[in-house]
Design a binder for this molecule. Structure first.
Ligand code: FMN
Length: 340
């Protein structure tokens, strides 16, 4: 048994996979093809519920159920057809459910657990982590601001100290946001993480089906190109989104100003404004992923995009992560050896 085997044993057992490395759900990106490719390489895939029409999600779940490896479905509590998504997850044999968006209801978690599924939930504060555990979640995911897609306000480094250190002995904690290399995986496992979730890293694989132009944009981009698009004014509360800098990002500020004016004139409600913002991002992401429009679409990516500069086969990505983690552990071991 290697040190790495020992460190990620609890993650292997919890997820039922060889490598407790999660390919985090990415709307329009995490299709059954990606989920299966990750599973075949020994990792853990998560199917994106996102804004998928329920008929399509039902088919996607059925496809993933045929694969031999465990996987999860990611349900976004604020998605327009979330209630239907929950019903589909309940009906399917998907073994894990990841709740994203806002805080899932206690009854929703309980229902999934009664059906024998394991539940994972995001927790960006100590209070939220406690609440999720009280609601019955089996594992927590902490996702720092470095991540791609919708982001919270706190960096991974601070979340480690605020949530991981306090909960690592009570439950399973998976760390996401800004991880692109195996050395970092090794350090996170040493800190007590059960496993690691990555998104951007898995977009840059041959098996990922996003448009070639989106992959080219990822290859070209440096960390500083993955910028957080933020709220203009509290009249219209907006969750920040991290995406590659482009025209769509510039349009986003203009869109907010326009919507705020409409709310002020009473032409739309605040909630309608929030929905229009969400449609802007998810519609934009679809344009980038499916049509390859990397200027007007939203090219969601984490800062870790700067750590990778090639598209690789999935098996190679896992081989690299494992080799990097093992060499880092060997380095740490030698550093900790006292030579008297
Ligand atoms: C293109 C893209 C779309 C994403 N969509 C979702 C989503 O639908 N649901 C979700 O929970 N997280 C979503 N995420 C976050 C990822 O699951 C993952 O936690 C994140 O990418 C981790 O940070 P990293 O990109 O630095 O690895 C998305 C990320 C990206 C890059």
């Amino acid at each position: 048994m290697t040190q790495l085997d020992q460190l990620w044993k609890k993650g292997q057992e919890f997820l039922g996979v060889k490598y407790p490395l999660i390919s985090g759900a990415m709307s329009w990106v995490s299709t059954p093809v990606l989920v299966e490719a990750v599973g075949n390489a020994g990792g853990f895939g998560v199917l994106a519920g996102g804004n998928t029409p329920p008929e399509a999600l039902e088919k996607d779940l059925a496809t993933c159920e045929k694969s031999k490896t465990p996987f999860a479905v990611n349900l976004i509590t604020i998605a327009p057809r979330y209630k239907e998504h929950i019903e589909l997850a309940a009906k399917s044999s998907v073994p894990f459910v990841v709740f994203a968006g806002t805080i899932p209801a206690k009854e929703e978690i309980a229902r999934m657990k009664d059906l024998g599924k394991k539940v994972m939930a995001f927790a960006a504060t100590e209070a939220l982590a406690n609440r999720m555990l009280k609601f019955g979640a089996d594992a927590l995911i902490i996702e720092g601001r470095e991540s791609g897609g919708h982001i919270g306000p706190v960096s991974t480094l601070v979340l480690l100290q605020d949530v991981l250190y306090k909960f690592r002995d009570k439950t399973h904690v998976f760390v996401a946001g800004g991880v692109g290399r195996g050395e970092m995986v090794a350090h996170l496992l040493l800190m007590g993480a059960t496993g690691v979730q990555m998104g951007t890293r898995f977009v840059m694989t041959e098996e990922c089906q996003v448009h070639a132009k989106m992959k080219e944009a990822f290859v070209r981009a440096g960390a500083k190109d993955a910028v957080a698009n933020t709220q203009v004014d509290p009249t219209l509360p907006v969750v920040s989104v991290r995406a590659l800098r482009n025209k769509a990002g510039e349009e986003f500020a203009k869109l907010q100003i326009d919507l705020i004016a409409k709310i002020g004139r009473g032409e739309i409600t605040r909630n309608e404004g929030i929905l229009l913002v969400e449609n802007f991002w998810l519609g934009g992401l679809r344009r980038a992923v499916q049509d390859g429009d990397v200027e007007n679409g939203s090219v969601m990516a984490g800062q870790s995009v700067g750590l990778m500069d090639a598209i690789k086969p999935m098996a190679q990505v896992f081989a690299d992560l494992v080799a990097e983690a093992e060499s880092e552990l060997a380095r740490i071991k030698s550093q900790l050896t006292i030579n008297n």
